[in-house]
Design a protein around this ligand. Structure first.
Ligand code: ATP
Length: 359
């Protein structure tokens, strides 16, 4: 449905996108994920024939966007990052207007209106002024205008941005319900927002594809690049536990970490290795007469995976348990909870931007 080969887009001297190549099959729902300024909007605008590429080839349904923009537009429904809504119109009047702009006859537009209101769950607000709707409903109207002419491809720029948690769930359901009839390409800068909705994720970084795959494939890819971490909770002497762990073949490092388990002599360790050493580690700890309570793989947090792929290396190690600040057993029993960075991705992305090379 989409085939992009060696696309470049320059704004003056500045390269916003390129070299960019990817393709999307009929019926897929794909997320274009990147930090602010990565080139998402530029790519989507080119696909929607709203912007000309500097070079390269962009085809939608095998039709070139530069040579035949009108034919491409009739196949695409586009939701820009700021939906083109008129607050003083009712939902129904606006959607009829959008349908007529797309070239539908009055009769066709009226018929489509009913279908679109239903599929986007807008029937109950059809006679309400758009200005009086909540942000979530306005986004739905934006999607309704994008699908009103029955396009095969939907290009949605940050459709989930700014929605509250309930609206996010509703939007996910709406997008998945549209999947049968449309191929969908949507953008976001928050992995968790789209990982559940999309069949595949394309991570865009500096105008190029940095990685692609399902969320699980992306996590796996990074796990292979990095050392493995195992977190162990046990009952026994801290020093003995550290010594025992460090003596296991394959272990590169071991350190004490905070645990929120309470109890006499509870100790938690994070062990770094270049292979899966869980079995050997457990045997060694038991042989050393340490009371083994729990062993688990240290999981990288979803957002840290994305941040590393998207180019924010400085923040990429945010996942995992925090190292123990003090060795005193009494003071560290109620430490930070394991595996929570507690910081939203947007905040990290903003920090990165401030320290980055954006103008
Ligand atoms: P955001 O999520 O912030 O919209 P994005 O990933 O969509 O980011 P783009 O808007 O495509 O990124 O921008 C890519 C780069 O091109 C950025 O560095 C941006 O500053 C630059 N850029 C975008 N539009 C223009 C323009 N009209 N003129 C000059 N530079 C631009």
């Amino acid at each position: 449905m989409i085939e992009i080969v060696d696309l470049y887009k320059y704004y003056g001297e500045r390269r916003a996108v390129g070299p960019l190549s990817f393709s999307i099959e009929d019926g897929e729902i794909v997320g274009l994920l990147g930090l602010n300024g990565a080139g998402k909007t530029t790519t989507l605008r080119i696909l929607a024939c709203d912007l000309l590429p500097s070079s390269g080839s962009v085809r939608v349904d095998k039709i070139d966007v530069v040579e035949h923009p009108h034919e491409v537009r009739s196949r695409i429904g586009y939701l820009p990052d700021t939906p083109p809504l008129y607050g003083e119109m009712t939902v129904a009047a606006y959607l009829l207007f959008a349908a007529r702009l797309q070239g539908l006859s009055k009769a066709e537009a009226t018929k489509r209106l009913r279908e679109v209101l239903e599929s986007t769950s807008l029937t109950e607000v059809r006679d309400q002024l758009i200005a009086s709707l909540s942000h979530g409903f306005k986004q739905r109207v934006g999607i309704a205008q994008a699908i009103v002419h029955g396009p095969r491809l939907l290009v949605l720029d940050e459709p989930i941005s700014g929605l509250d948690p309930v609206q996010i769930v509703e939007m996910r359901e709406l997008l998945r319900s549209l999947k049968g009839e449309h191929t969908i390409l949507l953008s976001s800068h928050i992995l968790s927002e789209i990982s559940e909705t999309c069949d595949r994720i394309l991570v865009i970084r500096d105008g190029q594809i940095a990685a692609s795959g399902t969320e699980a494939e992306l996590s796996e890819k990074l796990a292979k690049k990095h050392h493995q971490h195992v977190e162990v909770t046990l009952r026994g002497d801290e020093e003995k536990a550290l010594e025992t762990a460090r003596a296991v073949a394959g272990v590169l490092a071991a350190e004490l970490i905070d645990t929120n388990e309470t109890g006499e002599d509870i100790t938690a360790l994070r062990v770094e290795s270049d292979a899966d050493i869980r079995e050997a580690l457990c045997k060694a700890l038991v042989a050393a007469d340490l009371g083994l309570l729990e062993v688990r793989r240290g999981e990288r947090e979803l957002e840290s995976v994305f941040l590393e792929l998207a180019g924010a290396e400085a923040n990429a190690n945010a996942g995992g348990a925090s190292p123990k600040k003090k060795k005193s057993k009494k003071s560290s029993k109620k430490g930070r909870s394991v595996g929570s960075s507690g910081e939203p991705v947007e905040a990290k992305a903003a920090e990165t931007q401030e320290g980055g090379s954006e103008p």
